[in-house]
Design a protein around this ligand. Sequence first.
Ligand code: URA
Length: 234
Amino acid sequence: MRLDKFISKATELSRKEAKKILHAGEVTVNDSVTKDVGLHVDIENDDIVWAGEPLSVATGNRYILLHKPEGFECTLKVKEHPIVTELIAVPELGNLRIAGRLDVDTTGALLISDDGKWLHRVTSPKHEHAKIYELTLADAMDETKQANAVAEVAQGILLEGDHEETKPAVLEFIDATHARLTLEQGKYHQVKRMMGYFGNRVTELHRASVGHITLDGLEKGDSRFLTPEEVAKF
Ligand code: URA
């Protein structure tokens, strides 16, 4: 946001008055006096101070973490299953959208927001936010099969119908039918298709975390707003 606009939003000053206090050298951005009225400021991270008072504006965006239960669909349209937004207590859905959908039978961490740029930062593989999945397999895998799968997943595998291999990922076996998979991308049905590649089938799937956000005490079906620090860290 332009600095003069930010000041007029954060105070009772008009844009013209905001420019005046800037030209008078009364405003600091990250501890430096700035007179640049058109300076683009990051309203969540920059420290903007006028006459000793830190200035801030409410962004108005909502950032929600939901512990998705099984049986709910990740869509905002009415479908054959109940939809996840029925679980979050917000007065109106507005532009809320889901970052990284989960299948109807998958449980776990789901981030929902109406901040499009933020949603993009959370989901874009470019930003490499790890998602940790815990999975149960239909068929037990012996140690040799486990070691091969771990090595192949670490290299990247070509899933049916895709043109590019999956990004290198970390697969850790807990026992013959339970594993943890850490992914930095989110292709359609990726976990299930990756296990299908090894001739297996996922019977239970849970997303334990997205980036630094874990479910940490949040019961299945419950949701909470993210803190500004949690939002800014993405
Ligand atoms: N991968 C899947 O196969 N399903 C999900 O719900 C999430 C990731």
